[in-house]
Write a new protein. Structure first.
Length: 609
């Protein structure tokens, strides 16, 4: 990608720099006018293309529309696991790539050129990825389809339940859930026939998540919560109608569909699952799991790094971070080796919260401190508010330590930092600062909300994203605790190192699982030997890597690049380096592929010298 961008840039410079030495001023003026007109026309066509694409993508993906606060399609739930849907999605990408290639890239500059390059890469990656049959393995414990739908229908997520129309929309959408779940069953049956199935352990963990929704009393169903919270402003007739309709749909359609999926997994699919846990282990006449994983690595990191190269980067980073941890051991005068220190920080009661409420309150209190300090490092802030909320009980056993959900574009509800308060012994107090900085401010809340609020960006960039940039920024944001003085206490600094270590370990174990054939136990053994991690987190993280091949690579690869660019700018600019200006440069264009971000920062540095 970088070579391609350089070639395009050189081509544009040569085109704009060439002229006729003996041309008259009139000719020069005419040529300049013609060039400006061509540029304007190209940019107009490009912006129209982006607008057309985004509108069509929302029609195809109405759930995305709901999550960004566009409520036009809240009654729709497409069967996105069907062959017809996949064909429509692929056709959309191919058609818009063809339209894009009809626009002269050399006539573009600034944001238009950046948007062109990002859009082109996204369409090309989507088309390349269509050959890999992820639709044959639609159920896992980390992004469990049944849990996602339940959260959406809970009345506490992106689906609005403020008006009678809102309730009617969800009633219509809810009636389409059975089609989607039945398609999941059909696809898994095809997967069994083709030899593309999930690891057994992932399905064993997904089944209880589905069973949690199979309640005997509808009042205990998460789908019934909106009825419990019917607004007083609704008429009695609407309340009665909606109550009866929801009861019928939940009892006669949704819960039976959940039961069918659960029964298929237990009675049929489990026996067909595999003991291997890596994507690379899937080798059939039509599917090369190693190539599939290499594609995932390229897509997630926005680099051309191979799984082998990424594995080595991870090993090197683990060794470096271990050295810094030993410095903390010396500071607190700990007697023993690193493994002993891991056990101490993991098991000693001083590092355990007394209750879930105490943990939640501690994180909420940290917010006030961080809000006072971020102006030291930033002059760009999100408008959206956010709250710290505990992960729901039905998914907490398999959820990560923390996650972030953006606010809708109208800020009608706050963004959410979900904190996992399950198994307090595995949620040490020293993990607090780094986790908060990553998921909330100045991590995902800053980057994702600012991106969504930016003016002038095409919608596909506002609401899209590059995992390496997004998660790389989150991990980089953890390091800003040093700049803010939040790691002066040695155990909080150890927590920052432990969090960074965890991302380095992800490079090792994700590639170990999917490219090197590591077993689940090998992954756990490596984690226990190299990080202070309790069993509950080690297990959930290991199984997360199995469920999302390549996703975990993005964090460290992205963070290393952002830190590298900051170091480069500080070296080049010396006393003129402004950390606020640097952060603005990184954030003000939204998520970028790493090569495009690097080119941008290089230009910014050169402009100041």
């Amino acid at each position: 990608m970088k070579k391609g961008l350089i070639a395009l840039t050189i081509g544009a410079v040569l085109l704009n720099g060439c002229g006729t030495p003996n041309a008259s001023n009139d000719n020069v003026t005419a040529q300049n006018s013609s060039s400006q007109q061509a540029t304007s026309t190209s940019e107009q066509h490009l912006q129209q293309l982006f607008a057309d694409y985004f509108e069509e993508s929302l029609l195809l993906n109405p759930l995305m529309a709901t999550y960004i606060g566009d409520n036009r399609f809240n009654d729709r739930l497409p069967n996105f696991l069907s062959e017809q849907y996949r064909n429509r999605s692929l056709a959309l990408d191919k058609r818009y790539l063809q339209r894009l290639e009809q626009i002269d890239r050399q006539q573009l500059s600034g944001q238009a050129a950046v948007s062109y390059d990002i859009f082109k890469r996204e369409r090309e990656m989507a088309i390349e990825g269509a050959q890999y049959p992820d639709y044959l393995i639609p159920i896992n414990q980390f992004y469990n389809l049944t849990s996602r739908l339940a959260i959406l229908g809970s009345g506490q997520s992106a689906q609005p339940f403020r008006s009678v129309d809102d309730y009617d929309d969800w009633a219509q959408r809810m009636q389409q859930i059975p089609t989607l779940l039945d398609q999941a069953i059909s696809n898994m049956k095809m997967g069994v026939q083709q030899g593309v199935v999930q690891p057994r352990i992932l399905i064993e963990k997904a089944i209880p998540q589905i069973e949690a929704h199979l309640v005997d009393d509808i009042n205990q169903s998460i789908f019934w919560k909106p009825i419990k919270a019917l607004p007083e402003s609704f008429s009695d007739a609407d309340k009665q109608r909606l109550t009866a309709q929801y009861q019928t749909v939940i009892e006669q359609q949704v819960l039976p569909a959940y039961q069918r999926l659960r029964d298929y997994l237990v009675n049929d699919y489990l026996a067909e699952t595999r003991d291997t846990v890596g994507l690379g282990a899937i080798q059939t006449d039509t599917v090369d799991g190693q190539a599939w994983y290499a594609y995932n690595a390229k897509n997630r990191t926005t680099t051309d790094l191979t799984p082998e190269q990424i594995h080595q980067i991870g090993l090197n980073e683990v060794e470096r971070i271990h050295r810094q941890m030993r410095e903390v051991m010396q500071e607190v005068d700990f007697q023993g080796d690193l493994a002993d220190f891991f056990e101490f920080t993991k098991d000693d009661p001083q590092f355990h919260y007394d209750s879930r409420e105490a943990m939640l309150s501690d994180y909420r209190a940290l917010r006030d401190t961080v809000d006072e300090l971020t102006p030291q490092l930033f002059d760009i802030f999100p408008k959206a508010e956010y709250e710290v909320r505990a992960v729901e009980s039905f998914r907490e056993k398999s959820a990560s330590s923390g996650s972030y959900q953006t606010a809708p574009i109208d800020n009608s509800r706050p963004a959410i930092f979900y904190l996992n308060t399950y198994d307090l012994s595995s949620r040490p107090t020293w993990a607090k600062t780094a986790l908060f900085l990553h998921e909330a401010a100045p991590g995902h809340h800053f980057q994702l909300s600012i991106q969504q609020e930016l003016g002038g960006l095409p919608a596909f960039r506002k609401f899209g994203g590059e995992t390496a940039y997004i998660e790389g920024w989150g991990l980089y944001a953890e390091s800003l605790g040093y700049d803010m003085g939040l790691y002066e206490q040695p155990y909080q600094r150890f927590g920052a190192l432990a969090a960074e270590l965890w991302r380095a370990i992800r490079l090792v174990v994700d590639t170990g699982i999917h490219a090197k054939g590591w077993s689940r136990q090998q992954v756990l053994d490596y984690m226990y030997a190299n990080a202070p991690v309790a069993e509950a987190r080690a297990v959930s993280e290991a199984e997360r890597f199995m469920a999302l091949p390549g996703q975990a690579l993005a964090y460290k690869i992205g963070q290393l690049k952002i830190q590298e660019l900051r170091d480069k700018a500080q070296t080049a600019l010396g006393d003129d380096f402004d950390i606020k200006a640097f952060h603005r440069q990184v954030l003000e264009d939204g998520a970028l592929p790493l090569a495009i971000l690097e080119n941008k920062i290089d230009r910014w540095i050169a402009a100041q010298q």
